[in-house]
Design a protein. Structure first.
Lengths: 252, 252
DNA sequence: AGGGTTGCCTGATCCCGATCAAGCGACAAA
DNA sequence: TTTGTCGCTTGATCGGGATCAGGCAACCCT
């Protein structure tokens, strides 16, 4: 069926200007002509499937990757098979920024579900950003945003207890889904409990118990990967450390 | 004493090309002419003293700051007076990168000891980096480096126990001092135990106990702020999770 | 020098979350 | 259908590190 092939291929090759992510992704704040110039250097591959590796820690850095559909996790494989999850990436988010420095990836990227990924050769992007001031500006903002997000994560891991971490995580996902036009209260988790635990610095069992507890408290309902946030205010209270069951005494 | 004033003022106004940090800081890999161009936009103030605030969380972002001498901590002040330390910054390191994104500082910067700071108006730096490709490249690398370092910190906070954290912290300082031509094994800590604890996600008491334990194990000697690393290999073993007292079973 | 503050150290106790252990449902292959 | 595997859940126990409390030394201040 060559016809089918062509169709699915066309489906992948959505130009940036026609991509629904144009307001979230790199093209944000570029003129239509500049979007075309950016478009010319973007490479679009066939869809990847759950478990496919986007890049591996230690491999040479050539390109940044942007999630178009689906989701990706980045992680550092440790000796003895374990892994530390560093992040989950949704459509419009850019991956690989940490590798610019050394020219080598310091973490691996793996696809969590069937996903379409755009590849942007970094050297060409760098050249282009010299010619397009607003692209350079956008790059600086993107890199800076990543730094800010990791700082927030440092605070989460440094000072927050388990329930505060999970609540924050769910609210962060919620917000990101919302920005992408999806439901902020009803979504599917593409990552396992184990991966959530690794990301939040918690054991799987703790994550599981927290899901159970949150359900008992009517904060959400969860059935496997399907999550519905029922009480956003309650979750926000917990995430900000004002939860009723918090052990930390705020007013001695 | 106008004469004295002039001298100390001149002392501060070391041009980039004469600065000992030229190989660590932004000018790295720039041609002498380009260093002069960069030099023209750098602002150098009189020295700041312990406790002086460089910028405050929430204030408008205008400039990046580079430590010339001394040291700076960045932190997010939390309600109720507490603070979470996000980083310690030594000569040659750039501060404020997280604020590019929103145009507003998300953390505060405070000087830990008498320090000289260079201020670089970001808008002018951005313009200059359009004209100097190697400066743009250097900026990308710098931002990327920051991302990579924060990722390492995420791993530290997510997976390491208290002694692994403190050992890693001391070794990181050691390496950074070494790069600046100072002793890798004998140095002064400009930050308090409390600040170390906040940075590492530990209570002050734990940090203090660990210093004591490390001394008992002849890994180092510490008298208040003065630290001498005695057994680098031992510290490295602990930092990498191979310490003998580690609770985590690596080979079940 | 005296008196107050602050930073650091040490001991005792407690508790959150890791670890160990076991069972269960979903899903894939035989 | 059965069997095996994997992901998730739940229960029981343990311990690392937080918390509480007290004391000492250094370093302010006048």
């Amino acid at each position: 069926m060559p016809e089918h092939k062509v169709i699915s291929f066309e489906n992948i090759k959505v130009a940036c200007k026609n991509c629904s992510l144009v307001t979230l992704c790199l093209p944000m704040s570029l003129t239509p002509e500049d979007v075309e110039r950016l478009d010319a250097i973007v490479m679009r591959s066939r869809p990847l499937h759950r478990g496919d590796v986007l890049f591996q820690a230690g491999s040479r850095f050539r390109s940044l990757y942007v999630v178009k559909t689906g989701s990706v996790k980045t992680y550092t494989p440790s000796e003895e098979g374990g892994e530390q999850v560093l992040g989950f990436h949704l459509p419009g988010e850019i991956i690989g920024l940490e590798a610019i420095q050394s020219g080598q990836h310091t973490c691996s990227g793996k696809v969590l579900e069937t996903s379409a990924i755009c590849e942007i050769p970094f050297q060409r992007l760098e050249e282009l950003s010299l010619a397009i001031p607003s692209l350079q500006h956008q790059m600086y903002r993107l890199l800076s945003k990543e730094i800010g997000q990791e700082s927030e994560m440092l605070m989460l891991l440094g000072k927050r207890n388990a329930e505060e971490r999970l609540a924050s995580f769910l609210l962060s996902l919620s917000e990101r889904f919302k920005k992408r036009g999806l439901s902020a209260t009803d979504f599917y988790l593409s990552m396992s409990r184990h991966e959530i635990g690794s990301y939040l610095g918690l054991a799987v069992e703790t994550v599981s118990r927290l899901f159970t507890r949150f359900q008992e408290e009517s904060l959400l309902s969860a059935e496997r990967k399907h999550v519905q946030l029922r009480d956003m205010e309650g979750l926000k209270a917990i995430a900000s450390g004002q939860g009723s069951t918090s052990h930390t005494r705020r007013f001695p």
